[in-house]
Design a protein around this ligand. Sequence first.
Ligand code: SER
Length: 329
Amino acid sequence: MAKEMKRILITGAVGQIGSELTMEMRKRYGAENVIATGRKTKPSKELEESGPFHFINVNDTESVEEIIKKYNIDSIVHMAAILSAVGEKNPQLCWDVNMNGTINILELGLKYDMARVIVPSSIAVFGKGIPLDNTPQETVLKPTTMYGVTKVCGELICDYYVQKFGLDVRGLRYPGIISHMTLPGGGTTDYAVEIYYEAVDKGKYTCFVREDTRLPMMYMPDAIEGTIQLAEADFSKLIHHSDFNHAAMSFSAGELAESIKKVMPDFEVSYEPDYRQDIADSWPNSIDDTPAREEWGWKPQWNLDAMTEDMLKNLKIRKEKGTLYPKED
Ligand code: SER
């Protein structure tokens, strides 16, 4: 049996997924039991006021350990990472944060006999030589980005800690995640979020990948639900641990624009691919997540058109309030 998660530390809590995961975990586990942390970006008011928040640096073990001791932490959700596009601009930083940060967290997991350590992975683990459609769980992993390299190594090192030391580490390969709360930063799939913001803001968008670029994607509520489901899954039923393919939908940039046009017929989109096109081209069109479905009952709830309606509805409300984009200060 897995040990219960009671006092949870979230790294990268100011990030796109981390911020919403923190709020949901605070609802489910008690606000005072979910300690949000970030590196330097100021947290939103909601994040800061809803429970404990601290600045730490995952590359500085002492700063993490201080929080573990202060709050009697028994589980870590390690969301802090450098994403694919920033990783290609600064590969050494990407390696340092993603690899050394992860090893630090795993070592602290062992030292404090943690109930659970969650370390996310990504569709970026895939690269050369894969079947592009319905890419299976088990296939060659030869990524061409530094981000992908760190995610493959991350999965392997996490599984090593499971096998060698019996640490309960789990993780899933997120597709591109779309949300209307916190903007993503430095990823290749960011166009699928930006397009909604620009549609609402300006009625037009210039997309940085080609119209026919097809990638696996997921709406944030599914990503949050899946993450918590995996964290709570019965350990004895898990065959995989740190590398679950996690799927919901798959669409091209052109299909995404069409979905928006169904709600906003005047929306205009043009395509000006940049360096991120190569990254997108190295990833699958869609992935097969049978092991996630079989081992812990994963089932997505959202499809493209339902997501589009919800995104546009929420962003339009924000635009009316003058809070479409987060304020810089
Ligand atoms: N969304 C991520 C990126 O684009 C993929 O995991 O970098």
